[in-house]
Structure formats: structure tokens, C-alpha cells
Design a protein around this ligand. Structure first.
Ligand code: GLU
Length: 424
């Protein structure tokens, strides 16, 4: 039995959900007690107050976090989220998933995540720059190319990573591009990083469709979320020949059984910022969109959108988790009992982003840069390997695909901790 003595610091629905997933996986591989809680709980966290001078001269203090879940397998790695609903517990859960993800795909990293409670759309460009730089300034002693390497997540982007890299570099007194990934190409960003997560999701969707003997050109796709990941997934699947019949963002959804013109949607969003009033189909609510009939359903936004309420009503054949943690434990159970939906679990499905982040870090450390083709070729090779490993584990132990992926990721972290021993 676990004997952890832990406080309620991270307690929240989403942290409990990540812990429940861990417990199930740890039980499935009989993870010894002595290693269980060490592997499960975040190693450390930093909470910071970030004062930012506003346009009108007033000062607003924002709260930010960085949770480092595991550093036993390398520098911790994971994005920074700017969102009004960020909580410490959410960041801790996301950090935990990063650990299993980097471990599953064989990267020499641990797992971490950061977050700031802010709606970035409420800030001017210069307020956003001040907030980003202030966040990094507070993190200077906590992150670093060999300690913890942040990246973009929901609400952050290349520009923000560039500001953070500049702030860190000014502190250490030399250019240090390897401190963050997802930077602009001009600052040492990698070819292919911007589209990496979406390209990886689409690649795996095509592979799983082939396993199900469904021709891509006959597949219909619904994507919830039209940020970096959702939109790049749409572009890539559109290119593979699939028909995108539904897309959405926080303002609502668009449904068009004849297929949505993705290029037109991208142009619309570039100028209008959201999909609101986009005329490429009929308006539909986010909730209803998830329950539409389609071959592939891709949640590409936030956690816990597939719940026990809508899981019985899903009408897809493949659920590709481009978001982190989109399916609650209860929904997972329902989907497993239904038996008619294949899941590509988040830690596998969206791992393309962190894989190309790893390539970016390698290029920064060696000051030797690769072509886009090289990046994509290496990305797809790593995804193939991870997919094969997950499906072999699934077949060998008769696990669900999520359990297969999590047990592989968790086992590697636990093995590393076991081998390193416990410093007295
Ligand atoms: N935020 C992304 C994720 O959840 C990318 C992390 C990274 O590149 O470090 O996987």
C-alpha cells in the first residue's frame, strides 16, 4: 500500500485524475511500494507573483507556477500555459503527464509544466512581453538547459518563447537558446516545431485508420480547438485527404458535412482572431460538436471535455487525444466498456510537439541546424517506434491503449529512480 504523507497543495479534479491514471498503471505493473510514491508525486514547484505595469499606469499582479514533476531521467521538460483558469493542481497534473510522455517516446528528459493565471487576449503586446519576461526572470534560478526546459502550451507562442530566451540569456550573460524550445527560427527555433504537434497527431491518425482498414479519404474528422495544435492537425489531415466536417474554438463550433475549407478558416482566424461568425458551415455548440457522427474525433483544447455525460453519446470510431488529459477517468471506463472506439492516448498522440522540442534543444546545444525534411523524417520514425511499443504492450498484457502507454512511460521513470537509488 502507498504510504505517502502529502498535503493538499495540488488537490483538484484534474490532479486527482492524473493520480488515478497513475495508480491504475502502477497496479497493473505491480510497481513496488518503495518506488511508487517517489514516482508519482511532483518533485518540486515554484509559485511566483508577477507585477505588470498596465497601459493606464496601474499595476496588476499575476500569479504563475512551475511544477517539476521528475528530473531523474534528464532535465525536466514541458510547456508554459497562459490561461485564466490555470491552477497549481492543473499544472502539476500536466507536469506529471509530461513525465510519462517524454519517457514513453524515449527522450532524455523528465517532466514539468508552467502556468500563469491570465487571459493573454486581455493584454496589450507590451503587457504580454512584460509578463513573459517577468515570469522568466523569476524562473532564472529554477530552469536552465540542463535543469528544466520550458516550451509553448495553450496561450503561449514563439514570440513569448523568444522574449523568455532573451531574458534568461541577459541574466546568464551569454546567448542560451537551449533554455526554451518553440522559439522563432531566427532565435534558434527548429524547422517544423510550430506544426510538430499537429503533424504528429495527423500522422498517428492516418496510421491508426490504416490499422482499422479505413481509407483516409473516406474519413470524416471533428476537431475541438483551433489553436496551434487543432489548426495544424486540421491542415495536415486535410492534406492527407480526410474530410474535416467540424471545427471549434471557445466561441463555438462550425459544422459542415460537405467538408470545411481549412485554408479559408485559417485566414478568417488570422484576421478575426476567433471562429465566431465564420461562414464555412452552420454554427454548432462545442458540446454538440463532440457528439456529431464522424470517423475521428480530436479534442485539441483543454482537459476533461470527454466526460461520463457525453462518453455514451460519442459517435466516432477513433478518439485522438491531441489535448492533454481530455478524457476523464469515468469517461475512459465508459468508452472501454463500449468497445467500439479506439483511443490514441494523449501521451502518445500529442508527443510530436515535445519530440521536435528535443530536436530543437539538440540543435541549440550543438549549434548545428537541420532541414525541415530531416526534422519530420526523424519525428515520424520516433512516432512509429512509440506506436509500435504501445500496441505491443497492449497486445501482450491485454491492456487498454492508455494503460499500455502509461505503464511504459511510468516503468521507465520508476526504473531510473530505482537504479539511481535514494540519496539518504
Ligand atoms: N506543451 C507541449 C506538450 O504538452 C509541448 C511541450 C514541449 O515541447 O516541451 O507536450
Amino acid at each position: 500500500m502507498s504510504k505517502a504523507i502529502v498535503s493538499s497543495l495540488y488537490d483538484s479534479d484534474v490532479f486527482r485524475m492524473a493520480c488515478r491514471q497513475f495508480d491504475q498503471a502502477a497496479d497493473a505493473i505491480n510497481l513496488p511500494d518503495a518506488i511508487r510514491d517517489r514516482t508519482k508525486y511532483p518533485r518540486r514547484c515554484l509559485a511566483v507573483s508577477l507585477p505588470v505595469k498596465r497601459r493606464d499606469g496601474s499595476v496588476t499582479v499575476f500569479e504563475g507556477y512551475r511544477v517539476q514533476h521528475n528530473l531523474s531521467t534528464g532535465p525536466s521538460k514541458g510547456g508554459i500555459r497562459f490561461h485564466q483558469d490555470v491552477t497549481l493542481g492543473e499544472v502539476a497534473a500536466l507536469a506529471m503527464w509530461m513525465s510519462w510522455k517524454t519517457s514513453l517516446v524515449g527522450l532524455p528528459y523528465g517532466g514539468a509544466k508552467g502556468g500563469v493565471i491570465v487571459n493573454p487576449n486581455d493584454l496589450s503586446e507590451s503587457e504580454l512581453e512584460h509578463l513573459s519576461r517577468r515570469y522568466m526572470q523569476e524562473m532564472v534560478g529554477f530552469v536552465g538547459p540542463q535543469t528544466d526546459v520550458p516550451a509553448p502550451d495553450v496561450g503561449t507562442n514563439e514570440k513569448i518563447m523568444g522574449w523568455m530566451m532573451d531574458t534568461y540569456s541577459n541574466h546568464v550573460g551569454h546567448l542560451a537558446p537551449a533554455v526554451v524550445t518553440g522559439k522563432p527560427i531566427s532565435l534558434g527555433g527548429s524547422q517544423g516545431r510550430r506544426e510538430a504537434t499537429g503533424a504528429g497527431v495527423a500522422y498517428l491518425v492516418v496510421k491508426y485508420l490504416a490499422d482499422l482498414k479505413i481509407p483516409v479519404k473516406k474519413a470524416t474528422v471533428v476537431i475541438q480547438g483551433f489553436g496551434n495544435v487543432g489548426s495544424e492537425t486540421a491542415v495536415a489531415l486535410d492534406r492527407y485527404g480526410a474530410k474535416i466536417v467540424g471545427i471549434s474554438d471557445y466561441t463555438g463550433g462550425i459544422w459542415n458535412p460537405k467538408g470545411i475549407d481549412i485554408k479559408k478558416a485559417l485566414t478568417y482566424v488570422r484576421y478575426q482572431k476567433t471562429l465566431r461568425d465564420f461562414d464555412g458551415g452552420e454554427a454548432i455548440s462545442n458540446e454538440a460538436l463532440l457528439e456529431q457522427k464522424c470517423t475521428v474525433l480530436i479534442p485539441a483544447a483543454l482537459e476533461r471535455v470527454i466526460t461520463d455525460q457525453n462518453a455514451p453519446k460519442l459517435k466516432c470510431r477513433l478518439l485522438a487525444e491531441a489535448a492533454n488529459g481530455p478524457t476523464t477517468n469515468a469517461a475512459d471506463k465508459i468508452i472501454e466498456a463500449r468497445g467500439d472506439i479506439e483511443i490514441i492516448p494523449d501521451v502518445l498522440c500529442n508527443s510530436g510537439g515535445v519530440i521536435v522540442s528535443y530536436f530543437e534543444w539538440l540543435q541549440n546545444l550543438s549549434s548545428f541546424y537541420w532541414s525541415r525534411d530531416e526534422v519530420l523524417e526523424k519525428l515520424f520514425a520516433m512516432l512509429d517506434k512509440a506506436k509500435d511499443a504501445v500496441d505491443a504492450q497492449k497486445a501482450k498484457f491485454k491492456f487498454s491503449r492508455r494503460l499500455a502507454a502509461l505503464t511504459l512511460g511510468i516503468q521507465r521513470v520508476a526504473d531510473a529512480k530505482q537504479s539511481r537509488g535514494l540519496f539518504p
